[in-house]
Design a protein around this ligand. Structure first.
Ligand SMILES: [Zn+2]
Length: 304
């Protein structure tokens, strides 16, 4: 199968938690939310790696947040084949659970999770309705995929739409055998769905943080270490030794600043303070001028 039509979007909510976790002490609940979000994303990425290897002719769309009549619904993976559209919800739960009416109970901790299959059915219904409104007529099949090999569910009801870790390989084999020849219409539908993707939920509860609370500096996103100065052109990660140009480090830090502080203006002094390890304000100004659009003049100049 060709490259996915849409790469997986990392939710803004997760990015904010990731950044804050490096720059301040998170509250317990926020740390739990971060852990769960990372875990969920890890499962989705694992599923992406499997769909990338499919040989049949289909269009893979990784992650859609859609809206129908003011209700949001999210689909982890959509695969468009000639006659059928498959929807997948991927769960990366780990440990032993017992199935009870409409919920899963973690056997050791007693923690309750709402049965994700109910959510999936709702998504499936809304997706069908959306297709109909867009004037398309496809079969739609939805699957719930428990992808973590360390997951077990006792007393699970017999449900061919729920795929357990030991059944994932077989699911892939089945998808490999779907007879399918695509045409321009399928491509158009894929583009249409992607154009409807909202990316992030507009209203999510955010952790509380203030600029002054946060540790300043440039973060190396692979190991979450802070970068230090090598010379005026290069920075090095204090934790892993990775080196990069000041330019790419500053650009990344500006994007992080924008996500954390959407209401603050991007100015040379603001980014100079935010990056901390880049000594020269002139270097910061040069990079901002090169990659962003300046608004205003002199000391009131900011960038967009
Ligand atoms: Zn590093």
């Amino acid at each position: 199968m060709p490259k996915p039509r849409k790469l997986r979007h990392i939710p803004k909510e997760l990015l904010i938690l990731r950044y804050l976790n490096i720059r301040m002490m998170l509250l317990d609940q926020d740390r739990k939310n971060l852990y769960n979000a990372e875990k969920g994303l890890e499962g989705e990425v694992k599923f992406d790696q499997l769909t990338e290897q499919l040989q049949s002719e289909g269009i893979v769309i990784n992650g859609l947040l859609l809206k129908l009549d003011n209700h949001f619904f999210q689909i982890d993976t959509v695969i468009i084949f000639q006659k059928t559209i498959y929807l997948f919800d991927v769960k990366n739960y780990e440990g032993d659970y017992q199935f009870e009416a409409k919920q899963l109970r973690h056997i050791k901790t007693g923690k309750i999770i709402k049965d994700p299959f109910i959510q999936l059915q709702r998504c499936e219904t809304m997706f069908r309705q959306l297709l109909q409104e867009l004037g398309y007529n496809f079969n739609v099949e939805a699957f719930l995929v428990y992808i973590n090999p360390m997951f077990t569910m006792y007393q699970a009801p017999l449900n061919p739409s729920v795929i357990f870790p030991s059944q994932v390989d077989r699911l892939m084999q089945q998808l490999n055998k779907v007879p399918s020849t695509l045409n321009g219409g399928h491509e158009k539908l894929a583009d249409l769905l992607i154009s409807l993707d909202l990316g992030d939920y507009p209203y999510t509860e955010q952790p509380k943080y203030e600029y002054n609370q946060l540790k300043k500096g440039v973060i190396h996103p692979c190991c979450y270490g802070f970068m230090e100065t090598v010379n005026y052109m290069r920075l090095r990660c204090h934790t892993c030794g990775y080196e990069e140009s000041v330019e790419s480090a500053v650009l990344r830090s500006v994007e992080e600043f924008k996500i954390l502080f959407p209401d603050r203006k991007i100015t040379t002094p603001a980014i100079h303070e935010w990056c901390k390890v880049v000594k020269s304000k002139r270097t910061i100004r040069r990079i901002l001028q090169k990659y962003y659009h300046p608004c205003g003049k002199g000391r009131y100049c900011y960038y967009e």
